[in-house]
Ligand binder design. Structure first.
Ligand code: ATP
Length: 316
C-alpha cells in the first residue's frame, strides 16, 4: 500500500464550496455551487463540455477567484491562505509548469524537494511505469507519459487532498488502469480526491460520491448506484407462451407497475425492479404452470442517467 497521507487531526471537510459563483463576460461558468468533499472521500465531478468543472477545480486550487460564495479547502481560503495550503494539497497541472527541456526525473525530484516528507521519486516513477523515461526531456515524453508525470508531481509531496482534472484523458487502457489503481491506493491511505472526468466507468469505479453539473449548477449527486436507481423505471422482461392473460399478474403487482405482452410470447413488467418484484412475477408464472425463460432486468447505466439529465445535443 502507498503511504501517502500526512496525518492531520483537522476536522474541516477537504473541500467546502458554498454558493460559489463565477462568470466570464457576463455568462455564469459556475452558478451557485454547494459541494462538500469529506475527508478521505473521492468525489467525481461530471458534466458536459463547458459545464464548469475546470473552473470549479481552479477555484479550489486558488488559481481563479470566485465572484461570490465561499471556497474552503482543508478549512483554508485557497487564495488568501495559499502559502499554508499549498504544501498540503496536490495539483495535477496539464503540462503546466514544465520546462520543455527538463528531464522527467529531474522535474519530479524538484517538486519533491519542496516537500518536507516526500515520497521517493524513483519509486514513484517506477510505480507509474516511467522508470525508462527518467532521463527523457519533458517535450519528448508521449502524451500519456506527460499525464502520468503530472500525476506523480501531484502526489509526490504526500498531500492530504489531490485535485485531478481528467486524470486519464488520452491514456491507453493499460495506463488508465494503472492510474485507477493509484487513485484507489490514495483513497485507501485516507487521501481526499476531487477529480473531474468524462468517463462514466472511471467515475463509477473510483468515486464514493458523484456530482453531475451542467451550466454551472448541480443537476444530480449521490453514489453511482443511487444515481442509477433514482426514480428510475426499470423493465423486467421474460419469455413465455404467447397469449397469457396478464389480469391476474396486474392484481398481484403493486399499483404503480404495469405488465404487457410486447410481442407474441415476449412479456415486460415496467416499474422499479426490486428483488420482491422478481418473486411476484416468478411466483405468478409458477401458479400459471408457465416456465418463464430469458428473464432479464434492464438496468440504467450511469451514462443513460447522465444523458437524461444533461441532454443529447452537442455543447459548443
Ligand atoms: P470541459 O469538459 O470542456 O473541460 P468544463 O466543464 O471544465 O469543460 P470550464 O472549462 O469550467 O468547463 O468552462 C465553463 C465555461 O466557462 C465555458 O463556457 C468556458 O468557455 C468558460 N470559461 C472558462 N474559463 C474561461 C476564461 N478564462 N475566460 C472566458 N471564459 C472562460
Amino acid at each position: 500500500m502507498l503511504v501517502i497521507v500526512s496525518a492531520s487531526n483537522s476536522t474541516h471537510p477537504a473541500v467546502q464550496l458554498t454558493g460559489v459563483r463565477k462568470s466570464y463576460d457576463g455568462v455564469a461558468a459556475v452558478d451557485g455551487l454547494d459541494i462538500t468533499v469529506e475527508r478521505g472521500q473521492v468525489l467525481a465531478l461530471l458534466g458536459p463540455n463547458g459545464a464548469g468543472k475546470t473552473t470549479t477545480v481552479e477555484m479550489c486550487e486558488g488559481f481563479v477567484s470566485p465572484e461570490s460564495g465561499s471556497v474552503r479547502v482543508l478549512g483554508l481560503d485557497p487564495i488568501a491562505q495559499s502559502a499554508q495550503l499549498r504544501p498540503r494539497i496536490g495539483v495535477m497541472l496539464q503540462g503546466g509548469g514544465a520546462y520543455p527541456g527538463s528531464k522527467a526525473g529531474e522535474m519530479l525530484r524538484l517538486v519533491a524537494s519542496y516537500s518536507a516528507n516526500p515520497l521517493d521519486p524513483d519509486w514513484l516513477l517506477d510505480c507509474l511505469g516511467l522508470d525508462h523515461a527518467v532521463k527523457t526531456p519533458y517535450r519528448r515524453l508521449s502524451g500519456g507519459q506527460q499525464q502520468r508525470l503530472a500525476l506523480a508531481c501531484a502526489i509526490v509531496g504526500r498531500p492530504e487532498l489531490v485535485f485531478l482534472d481528467e486524470p486519464t484523458a488520452g491514456l491507453d487502457a493499460q495506463a488508465r488502469l494503472l492510474v485507477w489503481e493509484l487513485i484507489d491506493a490514495l483513497r485507501r491511505d485516507g487521501v481526499s480526491v476531487l477529480l473531474t472526468t468524462h468517463l462514466m466507468d472511471e467515475a463509477e469505479q473510483l468515486a464514493d460520491e458523484l456530482v453531475i453539473i451542467d451550466h454551472g449548477k448541480i443537476v444530480a449527486s449521490g453514489t453511482a448506484s443511487e444515481l442509477t436507481k433514482q426514480g428510475a423505471e426499470g423493465r423486467l422482461r421474460f419469455s413465455a407462451p404467447a397469449g397469457l392473460d396478464l389480469t391476474s399478474l396486474a392484481e398481484v403487482l403493486p399499483t404503480e407497475y404495469s405488465a404487457h405482452e410486447e410481442g407474441p410470447g415476449s412479456y415486460v413488467v415496467v416499474g422499479v425492479i426490486e428483488p420482491g418484484i422478481l418473486v411476484i412475477v416468478t411466483s405468478w408464472c409458477a401458479r400459471q404452470d408457465v416456465l418463464a425463460t430469458e428473464l432479464q432486468v434492464d438496468q440504467r447505466r450511469l451514462e443513460d442517467v447522465f444523458l437524461e439529465l444533461t441532454g443529447k445535443e452537442l455543447r459548443r
